[in-house]
Design a protein. Structure first.
Length: 81
């Protein structure tokens, strides 16, 4: 639903910023709709520790979705590792 709303408002040349973990899949949905869209994704809360992240069954899909953004930002330098 969020990606659909963005696509309705999007104009070529816009930069779209997506914020936080609950919208982690949105960059991939937007990229699929428009490969030239400039997309940023930022997580404002600490990223889960590695042992929790590795336990998530969908972690690969989440990483792929985040990496669909042109710019990925995290709450702390440690989270970016």
């Amino acid at each position: 639903a969020f990606a659909a709303e963005v696509l309705q408002a999007y104009q070529p040349g816009d930069t779209v910023f997506v914020h936080d973990y609950h919208l982690m899949l949105v960059p991939k949905l937007l990229r699929a709709a428009d490969a030239s869209m400039r997309i940023g994704w930022f997580c404002h809360i600490p990223f889960p520790p590695e042992q929790i992240w590795r336990a998530l069954p969908a972690r690969r899909q989440l990483v792929e979705a985040m990496l669909s953004a042109d710019l990925v930002g995290f709450h702390t330098k440690n989270d970016a590792k």
